[in-house]
Design a protein around this ligand. Structure first.
Ligand SMILES: *Cc1c(COP(=O)(O)O)cnc(C)c1O
Length: 465
């Protein structure tokens, strides 16, 4: 069966490659710098992978497997690159849903990022970290009254409203507290961006946002402006998709958003000062992915907005963007131990590791593709077409669907999967009562647990018998 990877699911991928798998790479030991974090390398003597200066076998011994490892310097470097690329006239909101912990929120604050949360739980983590509330954005299509109250009380810098119900709720909460809450309106611009193409006339049959074309966005704006005592409308927001590799989709979205800003000025006499183009910039999971450098993306997005605003005769709004994966994905890897090796003659070899869909659901959910390498040693053996699978009672429990691994891979070997820093720990489950792995940050040869491994006691503490 042919397959194509898209984070939004196979139904979005209309170009399915034939054959089902790529050719074997020339060098099974190589760590492609476009895919692996800056701190990942092979030790010249042992052939084992070193991670931010630590032998990965050491990390396996000390913290057990499976384990999520984050190259802290790489994470911070990417965060800084985004902040610097967009400069002082724009704000970069890290999408916390990609992966958030107290340590991560602190790194984000230190590196000058703003932070997006979309539930009370994510907000709680940000507040626990002491993240400056004024630099928080709060998303979600169904924020509860309690979540909104907490966000307003905490002084969250902006709330991205997503329904007429929410506008009324939020206005009432702000009125009761005697404050004026800054809000943006999330719109669906009718653009849907995919890995390698976008649709400018995407269906609007989805739960997020107010339709621009259908007039719902205009009504939301009018309602917010009526509540001007308690809601301060700062701008429009759009998020067009995920794992996007060029700016064409953003260009169409920006055009429509800026058109809407011009209509708002005509109808209400106000020029909204902010514009958010969302997240979605892609990363390299395999050699087939080729993301543009962030400096280039930033330059293009700023250019697009400037050009569209000039054409509409509008002052340039303050731009914001919301990368998640592009910051958190590449610095993270997952380290597993091989438990069983099962050759299926004429088909492939199934290599079972000690985790699976509970620590990385993206392969099962989105047909995502990953790159995997033997980590505890080098090998000169022939490439073997493999499938790396987990330990769950489910045949869809696949970590890497089509993997080339050395033919001498045996139980006890360590495998490392690249680019798992986003949407893996944050989407982890306890399926089969498997315990969630820890997250270990490694920097300058030193490792630190930032989220500890779950224990059976953790699991059973919720079970009241
Ligand atoms: C998911 C999401 C993001 C982040 O998407 P990435 O693909 O991780 O960059 C940004 N903004 C909004 C509103 C989102 O829902």
């Amino acid at each position: 069966m042919s397959r194509s990877a898209h984070p939004a699911g196979p139904r979005y991928a209309d170009v399915l490659p034939e054959g089902g798998h790529s050719a074997a790479p020339a060098d099974l030991n190589r760590l492609d710098t476009r895919i692996w974090p800056g701190g990942a390398a092979r030790d010249a003597r042992s052939g084992a992978v070193t991670f931010a200066g630590v032998d990965i076998r050491e990390l396996a011994r000390e913290f057990g497997t499976p384990v999520y490892l984050i190259d802290e310097d790489d994470w911070r470097r990417r965060a800084r690159a985004w902040v610097e690329a967009f400069g002082t006239e724009a704000d970069v909101f890290y999408a916390g849903k990609s992966f958030l912990s107290v340590a991560i929120a602190k790194w984000a604050a230190e590196e000058g990022l703003h932070l997006d949360v979309c539930t009370g739980g994510e907000l709680a983590v940000a507040l626990r970290a002491g993240f400056p509330a004024a630099r928080l954005g709060f998303h979600g299509n169904n924020k509860s009254v309690a979540e909104l109250e907490r966000a307003v009380a905490a002084g969250v810098g902006r709330i991205i409203v997503d329904s007429h119900d929410e506008i009324e709720r939020l206005a009432a909460i702000a009125a009761e507290r005697g404050v004026r809450q800054r809000v943006m309106v999330r719109v669906t611009a009718g653009v849907e961006a995919h890995t390698h193409e976008f649709i400018a006339t995407a269906h609007e049959d989805q739960k997020f946002g107010f339709s621009l074309a259908g007039g719902a966005a205009a009504e939301a704006v009018a309602r917010i402006l009526k509540h001007a005592d308690h809601l301060e409308l700062t701008g429009l927001h759009s998020h067009i998709g995920s794992q996007i590799f060029d700016t064409a989709g953003f260009e169409v979205a920006a055009h429509r958003l800026i058109e809407a800003l011009a209509v708002i000025r005509r109808d209400h006499g106000v020029e909204l000062p902010e514009l958010d183009l969302g997240g979605g910039l892609g990363i390299a999971y395999t050699e087939a992915d080729d993301p543009a450098p962030v400096a280039e993306t930033a330059r293009r997005l700023k250019e697009i907005v400037a050009r569209e605003c000039d054409a509409a005769g509008l002052a340039h709004p303050r731009l914001s963007v919301e990368p998640g994966r592009a910051i958190a994905g590449p610095p993270g890897v997952t380290l597993y131990e091989v438990g069983t090796v099962k050759p299926l003659p004429g088909l492939r070899t199934y290599i079972s590791v000690d985790g699976g869909m509970s620590d990385n659901v993206r392969t099962a959910l989105y047909d995502a593709e990953y790159t995997v390498r033997l980590a505890n040693r080098e090998s000169g053996a022939e490439p073997m077409l493999s499938r790396v699978v987990g330990k769950h009672c489910e045949s869809g429990d696949i970590v890497v669907r089509d993997a080339w691994l050395p033919a001498d891979t045996v139980p006890g070997d360590l495998l490392v999967v690249a680019a798992t820093g986003a949407y893996c720990r944050s989407m982890a489950s306890n399926y089969n009562h498997v315990l969630k792995p820890p997250v270990v940050a490694v920097r300058d040869g030193a490792a630190r647990v930032i989220v500890r491994r779950e224990t059976e006691d953790d699991l059973l503490s919720l079970d009241l018998g």
